[in-house]
Design a protein around this ligand. Structure first.
Ligand code: DGJ
Length: 724
């Protein structure tokens, strides 16, 4: 949009700043603020309430000496005593900030997206704050962030600088969030909040989402999870560094949600005239339960939030669990032949292809020295890529560019690039140190690794960007202010990704960080997909994928079929169960195909062929969760096309109880008046008596299907198509 067009589109409301409503609206939700007596008061986030003027004169019956009415962006100072969105230290002076309303305006950014900017200022300190709300009409999503400007003459120190503050008033707050650890990511837990503060955060940096994910689902006025009914606010922060989500129920029983960069050890000095831009906090509201909240987030992610969601990431074979570091040219070309034979579309060469002086034949050395290991692949990476391409197979390759092994040339040449605190021992995780991306020289180096890897062969189609450690003993030789490290690292990471995307807009890039260590919307602005978890075992994946797809769409979650006994858990599951789980996301395989029997290959070929026929539903359709794996014997979900003409249903038995327990899955999202043909895929022995029949949408939803999934790891996939 040109500047002239923007100003033409701007709607100015601020005629009378002391009595002004600020309405941020989507199709089914609204957020209403009011500029009142100099402050910006937060009135409402929820279903529509009609004319905002009805809020005029709203009396909260707050005692004047008992704090303030809920503010849109509360700052430490004045009468505000809860955890504040903004806390500013004026060195040698004061810590008070009292923001006053200046003006606001709204304008259309694109079809269906409206931006509202609210300007605030503390007249005494000249601190200016802009609150920015982007309303996505069709997805019912509102994104909030703030920009803080030091309009004064001296440096100020930001102590709290959250992206958003959201006050919510309900009788009960059921908070659902996602926690775990390596290989156990996105485990879901729900709790009714009580007075006080509940915090979800990371202080580890870089690999930020293993232990907690910066997202939540808040169900209002209930103490139990409901998939299809009830008021829900879901949120996710787009930031790849330390974050904090804080949920404080105050003495008025109001829940105040703050979300943004974690202020821990991150005091940020802002010089005269400088502006600090906080990351985006993505919210959705619905009164149709958690299922609709997920669908709203998925729609927003695919339409706006994730890097080029229009593409369908190809099915692939990754070399890691099939070969680890132990391969030569023949191993790889054989795997590429197997890719072709099974009908997969891409081969990805994982760790182990580089390092000459310190060859990367194990995880103890070589990171940082990114020249191909010609002892291992004498013909070069270009040969492998050509081999794949000549067989109609795409080619991808693994890098871990933010890292350096102590045993590497790079560590000797550039010790000053390694994260650490002067004079203290640099600790290793997985035998590696972290490069300091807050340093522009390191940013150049990391960009250069990506660039040179892309040049190893014409037409590299996919890069798996790994990251196998987090920060310890933080510190940078480059920074004057060490507390700027965490933010500087993340900004440096984004600088590199911005440059990469300018030069390589089309290459598919996966964010992997020991599996699910970078599953968040800040990374997904640049990456096409994430490696959901290093745990490829199908039963564990039930819970990991269930949790991850609460917030992030299946189109971005890589899910691979691996060998048994599983390398992470030792569990043994049938190949069909493994495929039926992996097919509910972006399908791949991660094993040595040579170890498969002919019968297993046949099943793989069949599963891959049918997956390609319905995967558009997984990538672009609506997710309906039919049965939760938590506390139940069966897990089931389905995806429905936007026009409701096609659907695919997945069902699994995940716990053996008794053969008498036959599940009933009531389908969802279908058109009640349409008759759907039902076909069970990838089996000679259908487990549902309705296979091959045509049944009405209303029957399928109101009665449901009862497939005979009675033994542990029984599973099925049913494809539904509307009768013409
Ligand atoms: C950790 C990743 O998550 C794995 O998939 C694999 O790429 C290894 N790193 C390679 O070192």
């Amino acid at each position: 949009m040109t500047l002239a067009a923007i100003s033409a589109a701007i709607t100015l409301y601020a005629e009378n700043p002391s009595d002004t409503f600020i309405c941020i609206e989507t199709e089914k939700s609204s957020m209403i603020l009011e500029a009142r007596e100099g402050e910006v008061i937060f009135h409402h986030y929820g279903s529509k309430v009609g004319d905002p003027a009805q809020f005029k004169g709203l009396n909260s019956y707050r005692r004047a000496d008992y704090g303030t009415d809920p503010q849109a962006y509360p700052a430490t100072g004045g009468r505000y005593f809860n955890e504040a969105a903004l806390t500013i230290e004026h060195p040698g002076s004061q810590w008070n900030t009292e923001l006053e309303y200046i003006s606001h305006h709204s304008y259309g950014v694109s079809d269906g997206v409206t931006r509202t900017c609210v300007f605030l200022e503390d007249p005494m300190t000249a601190v200016k704050v802009q609150l920015i709300y982007d309303a996505y009409r069709d997805e019912d999503v509102i994104i909030c962030h703030s920009e803080i400007t030091n309009g004064g003459k001296k440096d100020i120190i930001l102590r709290n600088f959250y992206s958003s503050s959201l006050p919510v008033k309900a009788g009960r707050y059921l908070l659902t969030h996602f926690h775990g650890s390596w290989a156990r990511e996105m485990q879901m837990t729900s709790e009714v909040l009580t007075n006080g503060i509940k915090t979800i955060e990371t202080r580890k940096g870089v690999r930020t989402t293993h232990t907690e994910n910066p997202s939540f689902i808040l169900s209002l006025d209930t103490d139990s999870w409901n998939e299809n009914y009830g008021e829900v606010i879901a949120g996710a922060l787009a930031w790849s560094g330390n974050y904090r989500l804080s949920f404080q129920i105050d003495e008025t029983d109001r829940l105040n949600i703050l979300s943004g960069i974690n202020p821990h050890a991150s005091a940020y000095t802002l010089g005269k005239g400088e502006t600090f831009v906080t990351p985006e906090m993505i919210y959705t509201y619905t009164d149709e339960g958690a299922g609709q909240a997920s669908r709203n987030l998925h729609d927003w992610a695919r339409n706006h939030g994730c890097y080029d969601s229009s593409i369908t990431c190809p099915t692939l074979l990754n070399s890691w669990e099939g070969a680890y570091f132990d391969f030569d040219t023949r191993t790889i070309t054989d795997m590429i032949d197997d890719v072709k034979d099974m009908g997969l579309e891409m081969f990805v060469l994982d760790d182990g292809w580089f390092g000459t002086e310190y060859p990367r034949n194990n995880s103890r050395q070589g990171l940082g020295d990114w020249e191909p290991n010609t002892a291992k692949i004498p013909e070069g990476i270009g040969y492998l890529a050509d081999y794949a391409h000549s067989r109609g197979v795409k080619f991808g390759i693994w890098i871990e560019p933010e890292m350096v092994s102590p045993k590497s040339r790079l560590a000797k040449e550039h010790p000053e690039w390694i994260v650490g605190s002067e004079g203290r021992e640099k600790t290793t995780i997985r035998n590696q140190w972290l490069l300091d991306l807050s340093n522009p020289e390191v940013q150049d180096f990391v960009f250069g690794i990506f660039d040179s890897t892309m040049k190893l062969a014409p037409g590299i189609d996919y890069i798996k960007w790994d990251c196998n450690r987090h920060v310890e003993s933080f510190g940078s030789t480059h920074l004057d202010e060490q507390s700027h490290f965490w933010i500087g690292y993340t900004q440096g990471f984004y600088n590199v990704l911005r440059r990469i995307r300018e030069k390589y807009p089309e290459v598919i890039i996966q964010a992997c960080a020991s599996g699910g260590g970078r599953v968040e919307y800040g990374a997904l602005k640049w990456f096409n997909e994430v490696w959901t978890s290093d745990n490829t075992e199908a039963l564990s994946r039930v819970f990991i994928q269930y949790g991850t797809n609460m917030i992030y769409p299946a189109s971005v979650t890589g899910s691979h079929v691996s060998a048994v006994p599983n390398h992470q858990t030792n569990n043994i599951t049938p190949l069909k169960f493994r495929f039926d789980i992996a097919c509910a996301g972006r399908l791949g395989m991660e094993l040595q195909p040579k170890d498969m029997t002919e019968e297993e290959r046949d099943l793989a070929r069949q599963a891959i062929t049918t997956y390609k026929e319905y995967r558009d539903l997984i990538f672009h359709g609506d997710l309906y969760r039919l049965s939760s794996p938590y506390g139940s014997d069966h897990y089931a979900l389905m995806y429905v096309s936007k026009d409701k003409k096609r659907a695919v249903v997945f069902g699994y038995c995940i716990k053996y109880q008794a053969r008498t327990l036959v599940p009933v899955f009531r389908l969802n999202g279908l058109d009640p008046d349409t008759r759907y043909s039902i076909k069970e895929l990838n089996t000679e022995k259908p487990q549902f008596w309705g296979d091959g029949k045509t049944l009405e949408g209303r029957w399928l939803s109101n009665h449901g299907i009862n497939p005979q999934l009675v033994k542990l790891y029984d599973s099925g996939i049913w494809y539904l198509e509307a009768e013409e």
